[in-house]
Design a protein around this ligand. Structure first.
Ligand SMILES: O=c1[nH]cnc2c1ncn2[C@H]1C[C@H](O)[C@@H](COP(=O)(O)OP(=O)(O)O)O1
Ligand SMILES: [Mn+2]
Ligand SMILES: [Mn+2]
Ligand SMILES: [Mn+2]
Length: 220
């Protein structure tokens, strides 16, 4: 224990396991039709959101981002999406909208998700944790405003250390850009969620995603 108390988990102890790096294939996809099944009623649930805008404004007049996707650096050092744990008796959609207010100061009278915005759900039996993922499509003007407002969020500077725009382009060496980003540390199944969203929304082709997953610095 240090004087700053930063070596304890305190009341976070009950969630400590959720943030541990997942084992390969720890999180399995569960059908949307099952997410309210009794089987998962005793699990912990969390819901996060993929906020994005189409964006073809080239970087250096070379690299087309195709879209700007909002992720965040978290207090625990991982990259993740805005969202969080679902409180007892709270429904998934209310929870993710609430968490986006807390974490990025989202104005939910303008932007919010509903049940139709569900993308995918993953379950870790080991962690007894179900992670639901939603999408929110905005235009670039709105995304820039959401980014601006995020620094005024209740949890900014504590639970959330800032928003980022995920790079989708791959630079000329076939490595820097999106492949490097995919090599960073993501929390929970957020890396799988990012790939699922990019695929289901046709933002990157499956070939581009596979190339990024296979790319590494030794290739260049
Ligand atoms: O973006 C994410 N994608 C998948 N799983 C995630 C993501 N962020 C966190 N998690 C996991 C690991 C966390 O411990 C739990 C709860 O989420 P979190 O955002 O930390 O919860 P609160 O905001 O503190 O309510 O889900
Ligand atoms: Mn939160
Ligand atoms: Mn929370
Ligand atoms: Mn959170």
């Amino acid at each position: 224990m240090t004087s700053t108390g930063d070596r304890t988990w305190g009341w976070l102890g009950s969630t400590e396991e959720f943030g541990r790096p997942p084992e390969p294939n720890e999180f399995i996809v569960i059908p949307k039709s099952e997410i309210h099944c009794e089987k998962y009623a005793g699990s912990n649930h969390a819901a996060h959101c993929f906020i994005y805008a189409e964006n073809n404004e080239r970087v250096f007049d070379i690299y087309n981002p195709r879209a700007s996707i909002l992720m965040q650096l978290r207090y625990d050092g991982y990259f993740g999406f805005p969202g969080g744990l679902i409180d007892a008796g709270e429904d998934f959609v209310s929870a993710v909208n609430r968490e986006m207010v807390e974490e990025i100061n989202l104005n939910t009278t303008i932007h919010s998700v509903n049940h139709d915005d569900h993308i995918i759900s993953h379950w870790s039996e080991k962690k007894n944790l179900v992670l639901h993922f939603y999408k929110l499509k905005v235009n670039m003007t709105d995304l820039i405003e959401i980014e601006r407002q995020a620094s005024l969020a209740r949890d900014y500077g504590t639970e959330v250390l800032g928003t980022i725009r995920v790079p989708l382009y791959t630079l000329g060496d076939h490595y820097r850009g999106f492949p490097v980003f995919l090599n960073h540390n993501f929390i929970g199944c957020s890396r799988d969620q990012l790939i699922a969203a990019l695929t289901s929304l046709n933002i990157l082709t499956p070939e581009e995603i596979q190339l990024a997953l296979n790319a590494n610095s030794r290739n260049i």
